[in-house]
Design a protein around this ligand. Structure first.
Ligand SMILES: [Zn+2]
Length: 115
């Protein structure tokens, strides 16, 4: 389950952030996860709970914002959601599209508490 190693990286970042700001506890973590990031939300929550145990993030609220898979057509400039793995423009049918969101996996916000 690669959610575990992702959560371990997140905990490392939280430790660095807390140390840099002189805080002792993490109370909230907000993640942005793209539809195509290859992460399962339930697995992520479970992994975070396990990995954060006995760390400064134990008991922190985990908020997950799911980001839809969106693309922009290079031919007509339309923005549209990609559904059913149809990687062509929904408006003009051009295959010249670029994915603009939906692959992100990032920490959007961290709330820290004083020692
Ligand atoms: Zn188009």
């Amino acid at each position: 389950m690669h959610e575990v190693s992702i959560c371990e990286s997140i905990i490392d970042i939280l430790k660095q952030q807390a140390a840099a700001r002189g805080k002792a506890r993490v109370t909230l973590v907000r993640l942005k996860i793209g539809e195509m990031a290859g992460v399962v939300e339930d697995s992520m929550r479970f992994a975070f709970e396990v990995v954060s145990k006995d760390t400064l993030a134990e008991g922190a609220e985990l908020v997950i914002d799911l980001v839809p898979l969106m693309a922009r057509c290079k031919a007509c400039g339309a923005d549209f959601p990609i559904e059913g793995y149809a990687f062509s423009c929904a408006v003009c049918g051009s295959p010249e599209i670029e994915v603009v969101s939906g692959r992100e996996l990032m920490i959007d916000e961290i709330e820290l508490e004083e020692p």
